[in-house]
Write a protein that binds this ligand. Structure first.
Ligand SMILES: [Fe+2]
Ligand SMILES: [Fe+2]
Length: 476
């Protein structure tokens, strides 16, 4: 039987028809029979006749890993003066006013509201002050381009809401206007939309998430990291594991790739590599062992050799040259939004952010006090705030557009920085904190912080189920 007839027979045996053109496309594949089997496995059961348009989606591209960068910080001008700062905050205000105004009844500007004594009012602005009054209520101020208003939150429901407010975040408030002060009934955050179902890829593929490898530190867990690379290359584990790792298409690295130099006092005593270029060379040696079918996306963190102010541009090509030379690696800024697998059901959007603001949120919002062991709670609060770093004093670079605003609602939100794994699902978004590959440092010991090193989040992009693969164990 000719190859053409054999291939056609395979479809007929499976009670599926195929058009002549579509069959031609299958025969063009390197291994037509294998391609036909893959097509039969992937194709929607409701399709009676396979047409050329079904081939692309179900055969060719799903085996590839593709990505495009949606939002990324490349370069920014330094702050020039007060006008830059006011442009920055105006930009933030305007964005959130649009987002929130539909959810409030006729929101007023702060200035016009002050004349509406005893009336029901609502407004939108940025939080610019917060304190607890002698009576135990929360008093805060809200600012918009027309001025500021004092707001008191004392009710059973609104007081706990107000307690969580952090500086410079955008909110909407509804309540009653008093004489020069507003009495709040409800506070609204921008938040992400509710979804019925998380978006899923049609084909089985996986993504892995890492951060805070701190290569160059004496505490970098080399043995565990090598164990991870062996697993990724299918050298360990049974057939099932090998099959699974062959389906990993994306590897996200969210900052603190190296330990850096001079990041904290007496850091040199904790370094195994005391030269920044050598640290990146070592990092490249490791990441060159990531199989070629996996696309790696790398963004920087506060230990990397780049300015500390957020947003951060991608790593400097001169200092991190060995990483730039690697195949299949994309160096992006911090934060960055990446679309993966666009060919498959429109793909999924991944928001990467190293996570420096997690420190300030944990301190500022009392409901997030356990954030160092449950970073997923802090990350969820950033999604609700639709901003990656609301307080300006978290080291933001204010110039032009506020690039820390979460404009694109992601499918996956990936961060690191706190060295603790944490994950959850919120309104169809996988929240993933990828922990660390560094053991406990002297500083963390002093603070009583126990990291969770060498635990790898593995996300099934078809089911959106997350699993943790633990590489931190003692060999038997
Ligand atoms: Fe780190
Ligand atoms: Fe960090």
């Amino acid at each position: 039987m000719s190859l053409e007839n054999e291939t056609l027979q395979l479809f007929l045996n499976n009670k599926v028809q195929i058009s002549k053109d579509a069959l031609g496309l299958v025969l063009e594949q390197e291994k037509p029979l294998e391609a036909a089997e893959l097509l039969l496995k992937n194709i929607n059961q409701d399709i009676i006749t396979i047409l050329p348009k079904h081939i692309e989606d179900n055969l060719n591209k799903p085996t590839e890993s593709t990505l495009s960068i949606l939002e990324n910080f490349e370069k920014n001008k330094p702050i020039r003066g007060v006008s830059d700062l006011s442009t920055f905050f105006n930009n933030r205000y305007t964005h959130f006013r649009k987002l929130l105004s539909g959810r409030l009844t006729n929101p007023s500007s702060v200035n016009s509201m002050t004349k509406m004594v005893k009336e029901k009012v609502s407004t939108i602005g940025l939080v610019c002050n917060k304190r607890i009054t002698a009576k135990g209520n929360i008093l805060f101020e809200l600012e918009d381009p027309t001025g500021t208003v004092k707001i008191v939150a004392s009710g059973k429901e609104v007081r706990p809401q107000a307690e969580t407010l952090v500086m410079d975040e955008a909110i909407g408030v509804a309540g009653t206007m008093g004489d020069g002060i507003m009495f709040a009934d409800e506070i609204m955050w921008p938040d992400v939309p509710v979804v019925a179902e998380p978006k899923k890829l049609k084909h089985e593929s996986y993504a892995i998430f890492l951060s805070d490898t701190h290569i160059g530190s004496k505490k970098f867990m080399e043995k565990e990291f090598k164990r991870f690379l062996s697993w990724l290359n299918g050298e360990v584990g049974g057939k099932e594991q090998q099959e699974l790792v062959s389906k990993i298409k994306y590897c996200f690295l969210a900052g603190d790739i190296v330990d850096g130099i001079g990041i904290y006092p007496r850091q040199d005593e904790e370094l195994s590599i005391a030269n920044i270029e050598e640290q990146y060379q070592e990092a490249a040696n490791y990441f060159s062992q990531v199989p070629n079918h996996i696309k790696t996306i790398l963004s920087p963190g506060n230990h990397d050799f780049i300015r500390l102010g957020q947003p951060q541009p991608p790593l400097d090509p001169e200092v991190a040259e060995p990483l730039y030379k690697l195949k299949n690696i994309e160096l992006v800024g911090n934060p960055a939004t990446i679309k993966i697998a666009e060919h498959d059901n429109g793909g999924l959007d991944v928001l990467m952010y190293h996570g420096v603001s997690l420190d300030s949120l944990i301190t500022a919002d009392p409901t997030l006090k356990d954030g160092y062991t449950k970073p997923e709670l802090v990350m969820k609060s950033l999604l609700i705030r639709r901003h990656l770093s609301p307080p300006y004093d978290t080291g933001l670079i204010a110039s032009g557009q506020d690039q820390m605003v979460i404009r694109t609602v992601p499918d996956i939100f990936h961060a690191g920085h706190v060295h603790s794994n944490g994950n959850s699902m919120y309104r169809g978004i996988n929240i993933i904190n990828s922990g660390t590959w560094q053991g406990q440092t002297a500083f963390q010991k002093l603070c009583g912080h126990e990291p969770t090193p060498a635990i790898l989040p593995l996300l099934n992009l078809q089911t959106r189920e997350l699993n943790l693969v633990n590489f931190n164990f003692t060999d038997q």
